[in-house]
Structure formats: structure tokens, C-alpha cells
Design a protein. Sequence first.
Length: 164
Amino acid sequence: MVTKIIQALAGAGKTHHITNDLNNCKRYLIITYTNANTNQIKNDLLASSLSPDQYIVSTFSKFLIDWFINPYLSLLKPHLPVIKGFTTAVPSYYSKDNSHNNYIRRDNVGHYVVKNNLYLDRISDLISFQTNSLLNKMFKRISLFVDEVIIDEYQDLTGYDFSM
């Protein structure tokens, strides 16, 4: 559940506010969209009063892979092969309109994977396709390790990302 949204222009200090308004008694998972911002947040947190064991900083894609895909690989539907990594390539069957005869449906592994690599833009889609029971298990696991999840640069999220 969203409890606070900070909206401001670029450069207004949103990230600085996030990294300097944390409680020393909590564990945080801070998710951002770019590697550059991940590094900036880590540097800001090193200068804060938090201990490094109180926070995890991750890109959104890495968060999904580390917390939703890898721990549950054998339980995901459709069943995925061993994943080598991810690809930023756009699938040739991207559109599901009838003019694309090679569209692969969501219940087929080929919709999400090519040559043992996950399509980066389909990871949220894959997770949202899972059963409510598995999704509940995934979110419960997160709560064992962190007290609060903070998303920086949420304006960069799209489509199924918001289902998370």
C-alpha cells in the first residue's frame, strides 16, 4: 500500500529526501529505475546514519529477478528453463493484434524467454501472471527481510510494473 508519494521537478531533492528521512530502527529496500541512481542512493546512504545492513538498494529489474523470479523459478507458470540473464530486445511478436501471426500467448514460456534470457520488459508481466497464492508467498518473503519498500523514480514504471 502506498503511504506517501513525493512529486517534484527533477533536481528538487526527492532522492536526497528519501535517503535522509529514514528510521534507524527499520530495514529498507530502496528500488530505483537506473544503475546511476542506484549508485547515487548507495553513496547518499553511506553518508547517513544507517548501517549498511539496514538497506538494500536495487534497480527495479534486479529487484524483480532477485525477489520474485530466482527464489520461485521452479514454481512459476509457465515453467521456465534455467535463466542465464535477460535481454532488452523487443520480441518480434510484441503486439497481440491479429495481424501478427507469430504472437506467443502469456501461458507459453516463449512469451517471456528467448534463448534462456528473460525479456526485460516482460518480467512484471510474468509475475502478474502467477497465482494469488504464489504472489502472497512472494510478498510475505519480502516482509521477512525488510520493513519498508521505497520506490524512487516511480514515474519510469509502466504497464504491468504497477501490478507489483
